[in-house]
Design a protein around this ligand. Structure first.
Ligand code: FEO
Ligand code: CA
Ligand code: CA
Ligand code: CA
Length: 659
């Protein structure tokens, strides 16, 4: 964290092992990274042949058989690389829909980066758009051309947002230039946005002054629902009821329910808290396991609740899945504690064949777990009121992946197995507040940073994006996390028996190990037809279109790490082409690709471009700042900083994406 050129996103990644904190072990990965950077491998005879053929070496051996099989994705691949702009496959438009600072609510002033205020930001589109959810407008003539777009605003990059500020954190600057107004702007730039969007004459736009428009931020009043609501450990000086909380934090990915609500997931909430409780304090074990007191922001200087020495329970009120009704702007968001308290990446909602609701979620930290929640009651499409609190009542499970390709969902139920008072769990509320510790007791499988977990409704397979884990050592590998120093991540496919997602059993296999197939040490397993553009590292979010095809979005590719920006890759999951990957869209420099979401007709793919303009991870790269970003996307105007934005991708002349 002390290197000035370390990007904020990378610093976040490096902090993500606080809870477990294994010692650094950069040996093999450093070799790979160095080789990747120098491209030595491409100088070898095999490499030259690979360049000539546009194929990875592994592809050459099997190219004959690969050509015999057709891809399900009909588009011309984008060339991988790094530059200040975004690129989409030929024949497509990728248009900016809304940027950080654009108006959301009536009365929003025009964006003026030199004169920002918390009051303006509360009316404007927030920073670092992450999850995107599309909900068709009720009664719309065409549900794929008129709807609500819900957007998470995960965190802020102060060094890119504010002129003259530079990076502010504990180690490099001791937050020396931070002011209350900047902190309050940051708080207002977090949270989420609800936008009414329409596609007219082929182009999308945000409906101005919509009755549905809403900004949610770190100060929005929320309710706590489920078994932890009202528990002693949820009470604070400001909320003696333990049922009302102010705001949501670090909302990463999310989900949409079949009853038309938005699930938005609190991920790295620990970074917003400062201070420490004594070692013998009731919350000491809890705070340690979650890394609370992460000190990534200095909001505690002006807001006591973020100092755990003053308010030890406040952190227990974050790390939840929040449910919001976007069709009712006056509705109070609800934190659904039955779904557990983790660093939730997302929350994918599936209606099981028996009508129960299953919610899959990854806990994104090195060596943390994959979870699912199964509701006790059934979804009733005819009765919206009956579904309203479905997510307050059910069983949370954590996954164990066994070496024989089977696995088990272990229930996190108070009183069962080791989840007893003797181990610190006096109630189900304790189990949920300390979900991670309960899962430790159940001996769940420690994974390589679980991000999105999503169901393919066409096959019932569940895809788990495991983004990377450079801290896994050779003696810590297991069948489901088979690579030490896993720099590039992998994707696991889970198969529920008979398509029953409520079952406690599953089978699983690895769909693909990511990274450059041309570097043998990486051990990547893309299909042989995958070109030098087609492979990727660091899978993070994903989307499954309405034809059952998988699209993978990445976080962490860069010039120095993989010779490419992040983007969207189309990945074959079934048949002889399984593991074949093609690049469809790539980000501008420094950005991560979040939130891929198709409209019901598959004619539009919305994507969120997060933290554009960050510097490369190469220590020689210039540090990115407001004055010196790696791109000024999307405006490319002097004095205008890069702006996280939502992009709508459509086919020129119409038609389904990739068909
Ligand atoms: Fe916010 Fe796991 O990415
Ligand atoms: Ca990220
Ligand atoms: Ca993510
Ligand atoms: Ca990520």
């Amino acid at each position: 964290m002390s290197q000035p050129s370390l990007t904020r996103a990378r610093a976040f990644e490096q902090s993500e092992d606080i809870g477990r904190n294994d010692t650094p072990n950069p040996t093999l990965g450093d070799i790979i990274a160095a080789r990747l950077q120098r491209r030595d491998v491409l100088k070898g005879a095999l490499g030259v042949a690979a360049i000539a053929a546009g194929l990875a070496p592994l592809a050459i051996a099997a190219a004959g058989s690969a050509r015999a099989n057709a891809t399900r994705f009909a588009f011309s691949e984008v060339e991988a690389g790094v530059d200040p702009r975004h690129h989409v496959a030929e024949g497509y438009d990728a248009d900016v829909l809304i940027r950080w600072g654009d108006p959301v609510l009536p009365g929003a002033p025009a964006f003026d980066p030199q004169h920002q205020s918390a009051a303006a930001q509360k009316l404007q589109f927030g920073y670092n758009n992450d999850y995107l959810g599309y909900l068709p407008m009720r009664g719309a003539a065409n549900p794929s051309r008129h709807g609500l777009l819900v957007v998470n605003h995960e965190y802020t990059n102060e060094e890119l947002m504010f002129p003259g500020l530079g990076r502010q954190d504990t180690k490099t600057a001791a937050f020396g230039k931070m002011t209350r107004e900047i902190a309050d702007i940051e708080m207002a730039a977090h949270g989420g946005s609800v936008l009414e969007v329409r596609r007219d004459n082929g182009k999308w736009s945000v409906v101005p002054n919509s009755q549905f428009a809403r900004r949610i931020d770190a100060s929005t009043p929320m309710r706590i629902g489920g078994p932890a609501a009202g528990h002693e450990r949820m009470k604070t000086a400001a909320d003696p009821s333990g049922r009302e909380v102010t705001g949501m934090l670090n909302n990463c990915a999310g989900g949409i329910t079949p009853w038309g609500t938005w699930l938005t997931c609190e991920e790295n909430f620990h970074g917003y808290f400062s201070g420490k409780v004594p070692d013998d304090h009731r919350e000491a074990r809890n705070h340690k396991r979650y890394g609370v007191g992460g000190n990534w922001f200095i909001w505690s200087k002006w807001h006591d609740r973020f100092d755990v020495a003053k308010e030890p329970n406040e952190a227990n009120r974050f790390g939840w899945v929040v449910e919001i009704d976007p069709f009712d702007p006056s509705s109070t968001p609800v934190k659904r504690t039955a779904l557990g308290r983790t660093k939730h990446e997302g929350a994918y909602v599936h209606v099981n064949k028996d009508g129960r609701i299953v919610v899959y979620s990854g806990d994104d930290e090195r060596f943390d777990y994959v979870y699912k929640f199964v509701s006790n009651r059934r979804f009733d499409p005819a009765s919206p009121a009956a579904n309203r609190d479905l997510l307050d009542d059910g069983i949370l499970y954590v996954a164990r992946y066994d070496a024989d390709g089977t696995g088990e969902w272990l229930p996190l139920v108070h009183g069962q197995g080791p989840l007893t008072e003797g181990n610190g769990f006096a109630s189900q509320a304790d189990v949920l507040i300390e979900t991670r510790i309960a899962a430790d007791f159940l001996k769940a499988t420690r994974m390589d940073r679980p991000e999105d977990v999503k169901v393919n409704p066409a096959t019932q397979s569940v895809y788990v994006m495991l983004t990377n884990n450079s801290r896994r050592k050779a003696d810590q590998v297991d069948a489901a996390n088979p690579r030490p120093d896993n720099r590039f991540g992998h994707i696991i496919e889970m198969i529920p028996p008979g398509g029953d997602h409520a079952s406690s059993q599953f089978r699983w296999e690895i769909l693909v190990r990511c990274g450059d197939p041309a570097i043998a040490e990486v051990g990547a397993t893309f299909h042989a037809s995958t070109t030098r553009n087609g492979w990727f590292g660091m899978p993070d979010n994903c989307a499954i279109d309405h034809q059952g095809r998988l699209w993978v979005a990445t976080d962490g590719n860069s010039g120095s790490r993989t010779g490419r920006t992040d983007g969207v890759w189309a990945l074959e999951t079934d048949g002889p082409m399984r593991g074949a990957s093609k690049l469809f869209f790539r980000c501008p420099a420094g950005a991560e690709l979040c939130g891929p979401m198709f409209t019901p007709d598959d004619e539009t793919l919305f994507v969120a471009i997060q933290h554009p303009g960050e510097s490369d991870d190469d220590p020689k790269a210039e540090p990115a700042t407001f004055e010196n970003p790696s791109t000024r996307w999307p405006d490319f105007k002097d004095g205008m900083p890069p702006r996280p934005s939502v992009v709508a991708i459509t086919r020129k002349g119409g038609g389904r994406i990739g068909s």
